[in-house]
Design a protein around this ligand. Structure first.
Ligand code: SF4
Length: 380
């Protein structure tokens, strides 16, 4: 990181330990101060440098002038009857990100799902999405912009901090919110290296899942990473003809090529691939679809998550319960491990494919003055 000679404060959020060490060096400070900031920011969630008590007072005062922790700002929170919380987050104008010049402000969504012994946080990697899956509300936004590493990490930090009073020991993250993670590769990986670092946010790789629509070059690249989450593929069809109709990306990366890339993917001993299959009533949920899907996946170490379509704004039907069970049973009979996953938070539009900033039927929970993120947390 270059010395901060200009008046623009450096955003600490999203910086790796090495980048923070270099930043400290550029200020004439010992390099190990960077690791101390890294720990305070990501492991202890101290978002105001004034509270980084592991730093000397003089350095804290200097950082208060020269650095910020530019966290996303909560503009709405919707609380579902099942405890799921959908956050609408405003992202301040950002520096360049990936191939896009990410200079404009944007809004994304993050979903916090509490469970008995853990919490799962669903995060966005892009504002909007260019992939245009026809069952997905996010697609209707188009791509607004890529998120920076700090904006991706910031969603997890915000969700953890907001729910700190009720956190369970285990945190799962799923990269299944707005955007195609493998089309914003570098910032996503930079964020994951912080999120999955034992000295950082400390989520274990077994508890992190990246979901892709099937971007083959990204899958191949991900397989070569030293630190990586588990991989989920959004399949949603049992033939190319069918997949072409709902996922135009299939014309570029057809099923046979996608599954060949999956077969080459270097799974770790404890790992399997997950295939997501959104069941669209009357479209891809017949017994014949189940048999074809089982055949496609026959030689892969994989499980299938069947996700019944959430009734919503788009013109698809919810599959009936008997069809869902029959589909699951056929997959199992043919040797594929299959589970039915009902999306959570449907009443606040936090479910799969519903993250598109539409007004939900449920009123937002008011952000009380006490709950509001104080300006200090954005510009420390
Ligand atoms: S399902 Fe995912 S990849 Fe497809 S349009 Fe929606 S956000 Fe993009």
């Amino acid at each position: 990181m270059p010395a901060n000679n200009c008046s623009v404060p450096v955003n600490l959020l999203g910086q790796s330990a090495e980048e923070l060490r270099a930043f400290m060096q550029s200020l004439g400070e010992p390099r190990y101060r960077g690791a101390q900031i890294y720990r305070a920011l990501y492991a202890e969630r101290r978002f105001d440098v004034a509270n980084m008590s592991n730093l000397p007072l003089a350095l804290r005062e200097r950082l208060a002038r020269e650095a910020v922790v530019a966290l996303p700002q909560i503009v709405r929170r919707y609380v579902s009857g099942d405890g799921t919380v959908r956050y609408v987050l405003a992202l301040p104008a950002a520096e360049s990100s990936g191939e896009l010049k990410a200079t404009k402000p944007a809004t994304v969504e993050t979903v916090f799902m509490p469970e008995e012994n853990r919490q799962t946080i669903c995060i966005s990697t892009q504002a909007g999405c260019a992939v245009d899956c026809h069952f997905c509300l996010t697609a209707t936004l188009g791509l607004i912009r890529n998120l920076t590493a700090g904006e991706i990490v910031g969603q997890v930090l915000i969700a953890l901090d907001e729910n700190r009073a009720s956190l369970k020991p285990q945190t799962n993250i799923v990269l299944m919110g707005q955007g195609e993670p493998l089309l914003n590769y570098e910032p996503v990986m930079a964020a994951l290296r912080i999120l999955l670092d034992a000295n950082g946010v400390a989520i274990t790789p077994k508890h992190a899942t990246l979901s892709t629509s099937g971007i083959i070059p990204g899958i191949e690249r991900l397989g070569g990473e030293k630190v990586r989450p588990k991989l989920a593929i959004s399949l949603n069809a049992s033939s190319n003809e069918q997949r072409d109709k709902i996922m135009p990306i299939n014309r570029k990366y057809p099923i046979e090529d996608l599954l060949a890339a999956c077969a080459r993917y270097p799974l770790r001993p404890w790992e399997h691939l997950t295939f997501e299959y959104v069941l669209l009533g009357g479209f891809n949920d017949t017994p014949e679809d189940a048999r074809r899907a089982a055949k496609l996946l026959a030689n892969l170490r994989a499980k299938v998550n069947l996700i019944p379509w959430n009734p919503g704004e788009l013109p698809y039907k919810e599959p009936d319960a008997a069809r869902i069970e029959e589909f699951r049973r056929i997959l199992e009979e043919k040797g594929a491990r299959a589970f039915v996953r009902y999306s959570r938070g449907q009443d606040v539009m936090a479910a799969c494919g519903q993250l598109a900033l539409l007004q939900s039927a449920a009123p937002p929970t008011a952000v009380s003055p006490l709950e509001q993120i104080s300006p200090a947390r954005f510009s420390s």
